[in-house]
Design a binder for this molecule. Sequence first.
Ligand code: NAD
Length: 260
Amino acid sequence: MLKGKRALITGSTSGIGLGIARALAGQGCNIILNGLGDPGKIEATRSGLEMEFGIAARFHGADMTRPDEIAELVMGMVTSFGGIDILVNCAGIQHTAPVEEFPPDRWAAIIAINLSSSFYTIHHAVPLMRQSGWGRIINIASVHGLVASANKAAYVAAKHGLVGLTKVVALETAGSGITSNAICPGWTRTELIEPQIVARAQSLGVDIEEGGRSMLAEKQPSQQFVSIEQLGQLALFLCSPSADQITGTAIPIDGGWTAQ
Ligand code: NAD
């Protein structure tokens, strides 16, 4: 179904982005990976995807705080593959602090990486998708695009903004063959939330696993983490013909978090 489609996944050197890249590669997509990390490990990931799935994989290290580098990243899709069919905006960071102590530089970085970078990728990708009359934009928002938690001013603001951007782009592209949707995961065990698990464990004086269980108990009624594979499958569904009429949505995958 997706064989030969061209996919760009920002923030795909680890965690959810890498999981979605694997799911797309598994369906025959050619991909560009993006993100930070150790160059040797990134190259092993890139070449590993090519060998495992028989697709073409490239890496572009654009910094998602830099609009000029983001433009080069999207244009890299044209250079490498002649265009872009699937855009997954997944790059993200976190910082937790009460609003009166929230460091302004962390506010700026979170808004830049978790929100503004998606504006820039979409801004450059939509004209290319319009040329081919088909496109899928999948923004990895969060439950925090739908509801708030204390100590996450920048993250919640950015993710609510990303859900809003998703809807605007859906309206502007409706009927063009392009869809724009947000996926809103609950707790998913990745590097992004590891510091929060460690902090919870320390504050309770328990081990890491118990710290994770405590975080789930507070917010996620299923008491289970969302898996990276489940997020990959949801992204694939949004790329399928069954999802042609799904646009402008923010889909929770959160073990019941936002049902409360
Ligand atoms: P992660 O830390 O494993 O992945 C984050 C990715 O973003 C990495 O590839 C990292 O290199 C990249 N990145 C960070 N700063 C960057 C920059 N300046 N330029 C380019 N790339 C940059 O964490 P994750 O949990 O996989 O997070 C992926 C997305 O999922 C984020 O947007 C996050 O907000 C969202 N999310 C995560 C959870 C969760 O519980 N883990 C829940 C909801 C939403």
